[in-house]
Design a protein around this ligand. Structure first.
Ligand SMILES: [Zn+2]
Length: 462
């Protein structure tokens, strides 16, 4: 493989949607090392000094392709690849209660296989940066967090794993059984260790850690407050689930005397360093508070649909000025959801609720790119195609059946996602011609299937 620092790639003849700035019907992108050095109309050779073609560059002829920024996934639970298909028709609480005993059996081998398959699946649908929210750490089952970080390194995507946690089991009024929760002191120590060991805050980082207690119905208020203090002391971001279902509203009213977002606000959990999964059930005041505080929202439309949670107020959040990104959510609450498909799902669900002008294809694409980058605090590095940003780029092939639609963004967003011709992460090819180039598709798929069989097998039972 060519040395990272000297890698040079020139993409030509693409329909470029930079997300920031004007669309370019036929243009070029020049990449040196892990950065974009030029984006413009026509061929790279015609573009003067800034767009000059470097010597020994790899040339990609993107005729018939749409170039977009690589997609950013803002919410996931990779380990759930191993428990897909459980409680296919249940509510969130029914599904969780059925899943906890299964998840309590997982070990590092299950996580490694599930994460490899889940990350490969994300890359195949155009994802270049993903987060993961891992919140169950059964004792004596190996280093689960390290297992998923190694999987991301092999697949080759930018990774923001969240050290998740639960400390409020059934005996404390929580939803999970007591044997899947940890003690607050252990959680905070393990979280701090993970930040010190892995977090890379540098420009172009492939690995950043976030702090992520799971949800109001599985975490104590004390752990929420101490988690926020820890994250802020280390300059890392905060993430949790909130306002996902009507059952959660009822739980928070009963236990805390307030609705979920008001509860978070009281705990100091709204702010520009926080992004929150779901946010389906919001009051008008919640929408205003997200915008005022710059709190990000990870919108997961397929998961919300699968669990019958409701339709998030995304177009109202956008109008108010809150950062919104898209999330595939855990593989077990939206089986095999491809991230690119969430662009269509988000658009259609907003229109079903608010009418046909609620969210355009271009707005939905922006959620999946720059919106996600804002949620992760990386809008200066990724999320748009601009000189100086990282070369995270997806090329979608719009020929064949898709050629009957003139507007390339409509062709991309409205129907089945077109084939992925190339996916670059920091200028490095991760997918080419629809197939992974970093790990093999067959090996990744088998790793996921093996993780599923292992999780269900008797030798992991306690
Ligand atoms: Zn989730």
């Amino acid at each position: 493989m060519r040395d990272h620092a000297t890698r040079r790639v020139v993409i030509e003849n693409a329909y470029i949607v930079p997300v920031v700035g004007e669309e370019i019907p036929s243009g070029h992108i020049v990449i040196e090392g892990d950065r974009i050095t030029a984006v413009g109309p026509g061929g790279a050779a015609d573009a003067g000094e800034a767009g000059a073609v470097p010597d020994r560059a790899e040339r990609i002829d993107a005729t018939g392709c749409l170039a977009t920024p690589g997609l950013v996934n803002t919410h996931h639970h990779l380990y759930q690849w191993a428990s897909q298909g459980v409680t296919p028709d249940g509510t969130l609480f029914e599904w969780l209660v059925a899943s906890y005993p299964l998840w309590a059996r997982m070990d590092a081998e299950v996580v490694a296989g599930a994460a490899t398959a889940g990350l490969a699946w994300l890359a195949r649908s155009g994802c270049t940066t993903t987060t993961d929210h891992h919140y169950i750490f059964p004792k004596g089952r190996g280093d689960l967090f390290d297992a998923e970080i190694e999987a991301a390194r092999q697949v080759g995507v930018r990774f923001h794993p969240c050290r998740g946690s639960m400390d409020r089991g059934q005996s404390q009024g929580g939803l999970p059984p007591d044997d899947v929760v940890e003690r607050a002191d252990e959680i905070l120590q393990a979280t701090e260790d993970a930040i010190r060991k892995y977090h890379d805050p540098s420009f172009g980082s492939m690995l950043r850690i976030a702090v992520a207690p799971c949800s109001p119905f599985s975490v104590s208020g004390e752990l929420m407050v101490r988690s926020a203090e820890l994250a802020r002391a280390h300059g890392v971001r905060l993430h949790t689930h909130i306002a996902e279902t009507a059952d959660e509203d009822e739980h928070c009213r009963d236990q805390f005397g307030v609705l979920p977002v008001e509860y978070l606000d009281q705990l100091g959990w709204l702010g520009p360093d926080v992004w929150l999964a779901h946010c389906v059930h919001l009051t008008d005041k919640d929408v205003r508070r997200f915008a005022e505080t710059g709190t990000g929202i990870a919108h997961c439309p397929s998961s919300n649909g699968r669990l019958g949670a409701g339709i998030a107020r995304v177009s109202e959040l956008l109008r108010a000025g809150a950062p919104v990104g898209l999330g595939a959510d855990g593989a077990a609450s939206s089986e095999m959801t491809p991230l690119a498909g969430e662009i269509r799902m988000a658009m259609l669900m907003q229109r079903a609720r608010y009418g046909p002008r609620a969210l355009t294809a271009r707005q939905a694409l922006e959620l999946a790119t720059l919106g996600g980058a804002r949620c992760l605090g990386r809008q200066a590095e990724i999320g748009s195609l601009e000189a100086g940003k990282l070369a995270d780029i997806a090329l979608w092939r719009l020929g064949g059946y898709h050629a009957a639609i003139d507007d390339p963004v409509v062709a991309f967003a409205y129907g089945q996602t077109p084939p992925l011709a190339r996916l670059l992460v920091g200028g490095r090819t991760v997918v080419e011609g629809g197939e992974l180039r970093t790990v093999s598709d067959a090996a990744a798929a088998e790793a996921g299937a093996r993780a599923h069989r292992r999780l269900l097998s008797a030798d992991l039972r306690r």
